[in-house]
Design a binder for this molecule. Structure first.
Ligand SMILES: [Fe+2]
Length: 300
């Protein structure tokens, strides 16, 4: 009974054309596009679905913003595990089924789903790096126009009301089998799927006043691809939300962009990996956002 990954993200989008263009530039495989429905896919077979914000089949959202994430579907390892988890969730909330996906809401009113994960094999390999007499990149030059081709969705992030924090986090830990990696008193809780090793697949940011979707994050091969992907997005006219940098909690390289489908998207690479030997850390004060950031000359 283990969640292994994000399986699908469903957005309600005010401007379908703009949203479709954004995800096309983000570098995902475009499966389908049109005024009422667009579908993109990561290299490991996760899907991103865009529907018009007014689509009556979309679940309610706690966020009044026009375009936002309406459902995050999590992939469970197998059908038996899915049944066990759905039965447990059904005990205290309404669950409805749609094509093998079981839909409900978390404690903050965010749309959630559970389905059997359907991972696709992909040919990810480490990009060769030349050092001194180690020359794996012989007669092979760097493509100056490379665009990112995200491997997978690594995590989703919501802001939740501080007063509801314990209940909101407890639901994911106790009912859906997530594990805590880091928790900061003023910042929030970083959790990983029971069947995954990423430092976080879910981050609930504690905010004083509101519940809202914050961002979805996509893994690329390395720091170069974070930068190349971001450069491509900037040149296509999309607005960065941050400078590129390297986080403290999770250690991943990052670069965030403002997504017309709602919230931000992030390119990330080289995140910390944790297993059950990791002891969650509790921070009285947040250790900060980044180890370094390209707009931060102090490298604090
Ligand atoms: Fe992130």
């Amino acid at each position: 009974m283990t969640i292994t990954r994000v399986e699908k993200l469903i957005y309600g989008v005010e401007n379908m054309d703009l949203g479709t263009r954004y995800y096309r530039d983000w570098g995902l495989e475009e499966v389908e596009s049109g005024p009422d429905h667009a579908v993109f896919r990561t290299r490991v077979g996760q899907t991103i679905e865009l529907r018009p914000a007014g689509d009556s089949t979309l679940p309610a959202t706690p966020d009044p913003a026009g375009s936002t994430l309406r459902t995050a579907v999590w992939g469970v390892q197998d059908a038996d595990g899915l049944k066990t988890m759905v039965d447990a969730v059904s005990a205290d909330r309404e669950v409805r089924e749609e094509d093998g996906t079981f839909l409900f809401a978390d404690e903050s009113g965010n749309g959630l789903g559970l389905t059997v994960a359907q991972p696709v094999e992909t040919d990810v390999s480490l990009m060769p790096i030349n050092v001194n007499t180690i020359e794996p990149r012989m007669n092979d030059v760097i493509d100056p126009k490379a665009q990112a081709n995200p491997i997978r969705i690594g995590h989703v992030v919501y802001a939740i009301e501080m007063a509801d924090r314990e209940k909101a986090v407890g639901f994911y830990l106790d009912r859906l089998g997530f594990r805590l990696s880091d928790s900061t008193k003023t910042g929030g809780d970083f959790m990983r799927c029971g069947g995954g090793h990423d430092h976080h697949n879910l981050f609930l940011i504690s905010r004083a006043d509101r519940n809202a979707f914050d961002h979805a994050s996509f893994e690329v091969e390395n720091f170069d691809m974070v930068m190349m992907g971001g450069k491509f997005m900037k040149e296509a006219g999309w607005e960065p939300d941050t400078a590129p940098g390297r986080h403290i909690l999770g250690s991943n390289y990052y670069w965030y962009f403002r997504n017309p489908c709602g919230g931000n998207t992030e390119y990330f690479a080289d995140m910390d990996r944790m297993d059950d030997n990791w002891e969650p850390r509790f921070w009285e004060e947040s250790p900060g956002f980044s180890i370094w950031s390209l707009d931060d000359a102090s490298m604090a």
